[in-house]
Ligand binder design. Structure first.
Ligand code: THU
Length: 162
């Protein structure tokens, strides 16, 4: 039997080691986390996307008393960017989170549903996005795009011959 080995490359660095462009995007995500509406989980997440026009779109998680009606920061942001700028590619996304104790120390990673939306966003523009995950002690950078986080994924190609 053959095996498929899946490799994900994650660069680890501190906030101070980020490039100026990544710092700007991360800071936008950190600010967005402060605008999160998360009265149920009290887990505030912010996201910021950099478009190929240079514009930055931000968003945060938006919860609801009917829990499944809420939405993660990443999808709120990507859908907002897609709705406002349908023809612009997303070059990068930064994600940051905080609780009542302040900013989290190690970065969170997008949930499966958000990864699926990130993948579709990349498909629309044929361009992988740079993913920057912020933590106060440590940041993670994924340069290879969403396939690094969501290998063996389902995409539009499976629907082509239906
Ligand atoms: N959440 C996000 O917004 N992004 C993530 O990457 C993980 C989880 C939100 C969903 C919910 O509002 C809260 O964080 C707790 O799961």
């Amino acid at each position: 039997m053959k095996e498929i080995i899946l490799n994900t490359v994650v660069k680890v660095c501190t906030y101070d080691e980020l490039s100026a462009a990544d710092t700007q995007l991360v800071d936008a995500a950190r600010e967005a986390a402060k605008k999160s509406y998360a009265p149920y989980s009290r887990f505030n997440v912010g996201a910021a996307v950099l478009l190929d026009s240079g514009e930055i779109v931000t968003g945060s998680n938006q919860e609801n008393a009917a829990y499944p009606s809420g939405l993660c920061a990443e999808r709120t942001t990507l859908f907002c960017a897609g709705a406002q700028h349908p023809d612009k590619a997303v070059e990068a996304i930064a994600i940051a989170a905080r609780t009542a104790d302040g900013e989290i120390e190690t970065p969170i990673s997008p949930c499966g549903a958000c990864r699926q939306v990130m993948l579709e966003t990349e498909m629309r523009s044929s361009r992988p996005m740079r993913i920057i995950l912020y933590g106060a002690q440590q940041c993670h950078i994924i340069e290879g795009g969403t396939k690094e986080l969501l290998p063996l994924s389902f995409g539009a190609e499976f629907l082509e011959n239906v």
